[in-house]
Ligand binder design. Structure first.
Ligand code: DX5
Ligand code: ZN
Length: 220
């Protein structure tokens, strides 16, 4: 049976009630906490940084999935390891020496992820697929929550799945941006292993139930 994971994005949580929203995720069927770090340079927005992550990890009881939308991410690998990140994802477009960056992340005991923007082909990852624990396919342009899902993502998932199989890799496929109850089942069927959902979860009246529904749809 398929076991597709759900990772609520804390970017859409209520920062004034961060402990409450962290506990909500703890007590839900969610699998990972998705943490979006934006620097205002790689993406046209600044989200939050280490002190906020620290406030979340203080109460979080599930895996911490950090998505770095920053230039020169190598500078902060050690800091994120110390803050308790389990998975550290850097952008393909932000790394000149991606292979070296992935080794540095693993050397700190974390799983290494690579995120790709909508314009970046999954084929560019062929030669290092066996070194990547998670490929995060952006299904919106990074920088903001609440945007609409880009349909071309399905083709990218299928192609990435082929590459993973071809290389006998055990890389997970994570989809980030515009995930709702309308596309969760289809994304999972196409090959997604992890679905990130921000506004769809946190704007819902019954958030734990919304997570449960997404999980059911993704594993139906
Ligand atoms: C976008 C972030 C996403 C975002 C998802 O740059 O990487 O993780 O928070 O938000 P929704 O689910 O609202 O599209
Ligand atoms: Zn993200």
């Amino acid at each position: 049976m398929k076991d597709t994971l759900i990772a609520p994005s804390m970017l859409a949580s209520d920062f004034g009630n961060l402990q409450r929203d962290t506990e909500m995720v703890n007590n839900s069927e969610a699998d990972w906490f998705h943490i979006d770090i934006m620097d205002g340079v790689f993406v046209p927005n600044i989200s939050y940084g280490m002190p906020v992550l620290k406030a979340i990890t203080k109460h979080a009881k599930k895996k911490i999935d950090v998505h770095l939308m920053i230039i020169d991410p190598d500078r902060y690998i050690k800091d994120f390891a110390q803050l308790g990140a389990d998975i550290l994802t850097v952008h393909y477009e932000a790394c000149t020496h991606l292979h070296r960056t992935l080794q540095a992340i693993k050397a700190e005991g974390m799983k290494a992820g690579v995120a790709i923007n909508p314009h970046t082909s999954v084929d560019l990852l062929k030669d290092i697929i066996n070194d990547i624990d998670v490929v995060l396919i952006m299904s919106v342009n990074p920088g903001f929550g609440g945007q609409s899902f880009i349909d071309k993502t399905y083709n990218k998932i299928q192609r990435l799945k082929e590459i993973i199989t071809m290389h006998n890799a055990d890389t997970l496929i994570e989809i980030d941006g515009g995930v709702t109850d309308k596309n969760a089942a289809e994304l999972s069927k196409a090959g997604a292993d992890v679905l990130v959902a921000g506004s769809f979860v946190f704007k819902a009246e019954d958030q734990p139930q919304t997570i449960k529904n997404l999980k059911q749809l993704a594993n139906s």
